[in-house]
Design a protein around this ligand. Structure first.
Ligand SMILES: Nc1ncnc2c1ncn2[C@@H]1O[C@H](COP(=O)(O)OP(=O)(O)OP(=O)(O)O)[C@@H](O)[C@H]1O
Length: 437
């Protein structure tokens, strides 16, 4: 990475050089803005000493720096322990503010780590296979649909169990599309309190409701010319479904408390682990919105149905975890661990595999990860139930009992998870077929 230091003293450049932990970085020193603008080299990060910060001209200079390269990250270094001063610099366009006191070196390291992280994010590959790992036939079919979606503006509806990589696929569609220079905004409807969803999506004006102390842009506006990913769309209430449908038909939004109509140009990608068609049958989801959102349907199979990806992904996660934890050499998977992984059914899919591996990297004592290092929760329950011989109905009852226990008797949750009607579960309870309830 190219580091630039804009300072009247060469000394600052020396400090940064001495405390920088990456040998691949190159430092370039400039004594004035004029010197910087006349240089051919464009650094990835520019440190500016506060002897060179002049509030009358700094905004204009920063605009010129960003014009020269929109990617350059700006760091102000100052002796002033003054929050208002730091705020004013950030308002002028600086990305970081570093106080030059006893803790400077520590802060410099942290700042350089953030700068590097931003740099790699910006330059991350847009190739689908670099974003989504796996080479099973099933995942290759997903890649094909992503490619088709990327070349058009069509809405995409992604289905798949939890942790299968729905958000990752939405990101890949965005990165592959012509919108990739514009924002990718992800919203998880299930994670937002119900009474805040409308304002989160469509924004509000100051004073529009109690607590609305400032104007706030909604996610539709934030995603301007980019991609809006609405995860768990099945959780949207019927009245908000009506509002969403209107926004999609008119391509315009109105903030709560405003009459101003704002044009929107976004690609919508939605995801759900629910069967939306069933929700339509049960009158929980508007049919017209369902067809509007459906666009190009993309289903990501659960990990247990693409077993060919398990070991590839496991090796990738081992490598990432070893690098992150500075463990060398990179650990290997013992044959017994490989067997355990490929025979497990992964209810939490890739997310579960990733956390399982991250933990095994830490707890394994040797260079090899053994089966005993893979701590799979409820492993015995699964094993025992498959070893005994039973009828299909007995299996079903055992599964429902297992989920009722897991979700503390909440029939709503169990019916969602098993995609089974609540009435059927209540009937089994009434008939006392479920021994524990
Ligand atoms: N094919 C893959 N290659 C690499 N990482 C993956 C892959 N699939 C999933 N992951 C990782 O697994 C985790 C879960 O993925 P993601 O959040 O996209 O799943 P999701 O289906 O959106 O989950 P949820 O339904 O719970 O929101 C993330 O850390 C993601 O990076």
């Amino acid at each position: 990475m190219q580091l630039g230091v804009l300072s009247r003293t060469y000394h600052l450049s020396q400090i940064i050089l001495e405390n920088n932990n990456s040998e691949e970085d190159v430092i370039k020193y400039y004594s004035s803005f004029k010197d910087f603008f006349s240089s051919e080299v464009i650094p990835n990060v520019l440190f500016i000493d506060d002897t060179l910060i002049n509030f009358d001209s700094i905004k204009k200079e920063i605009r010129q720096v960003k014009k020269k390269s929109s990617e350059v990250q700006l760091v102000a270094i100052s002796n002033a322990n003054d929050i208002d001063y730091a705020d004013a610099l950030i308002d002028c366009g600086f990305d970081f503010y570093l106080l030059n006191n006893d803790f400077f070196f520590k802060r410099l390291q942290k700042c350089l780590n953030s700068v590097r992280h931003n740099f790699f994010q910006l330059h991350a590959s847009t190739e689908i296979s670099d974003i989504i790992k796996g080479d099973s036939e099933e995942i290759k079919k997903v890649f094909e649909v992503i490619k088709k979606a990327s070349t058009t503006k069509i809405n995409v509806n992604i289905t798949g169990e939890t942790g299968t990589g729905k958000e990752l696929v939405a990101q890949a569609i965005h990165k592959q599309s012509t919108r990739n220079q514009n924002p990718f905004i992800a919203v998880n409807i299930a994670a937002i309190p119900k009474d805040l969803i409308e304002s989160e999506l469509f924004g509000h004006e100051e004073g529009a409701f109690t607590g609305a102390t400032k104007r706030r842009l909604g996610k539709f506006e934030e995603a301007k010319n980019g991609t809006l990913f609405l995860d768990e769309i099945g959780e949207l209430s019927l009245d908000l479904q009506t509002k969403l449908l209107r926004v999609l038909q008119e391509n315009e939004v109105t903030r709560i408390g405003s009459n101003e109509v704002i044009k929107t140009d976004i690609r919508l990608v939605t995801a759900t682990h629910k069967n939306l068609r069933n929700e339509v049958f049960e009158n929980k989801f508007r049919e017209d919105l369902y067809y509007r959102l459906l666009g190009l349907p993309l289903n990501i199979p659960p990990l247990r149905e693409r077993k060919g990806d398990i070991l590839n992904l496991a090796e990738l996660f081992i490598e990432e975890a070893c690098i992150y934890n500075k463990i060398t050499p990179i650990k290997k998977l013992h044959a017994d661990a490989q067997r355990k992984l490929v025979t497990y059914h992964f209810p939490g899919n890739v997310r579960q595999l990733k956390s399982l591996i991250e933990l095994s990297v830490i707890i394994s004592d040797f260079k090899t990860i053994r089966a005993s290092d893979l701590l799979i929760e409820n492993e015995e329950i699964e094993d025992i139930s498959l070893k005994k011989e039973r009828t299909l109905e007995e299996y079903n009852i055992e599964i429902i009992e297992y989920f009722l226990k897991k979700y503390k008797g909440k029939v709503n949750f169990v019916s969602d998870k098993l995609e089974m009607s609540k009435s059927k579960i209540y009937k089994l309870i009434q008939e006392k077929k479920l021994s524990k309830y």
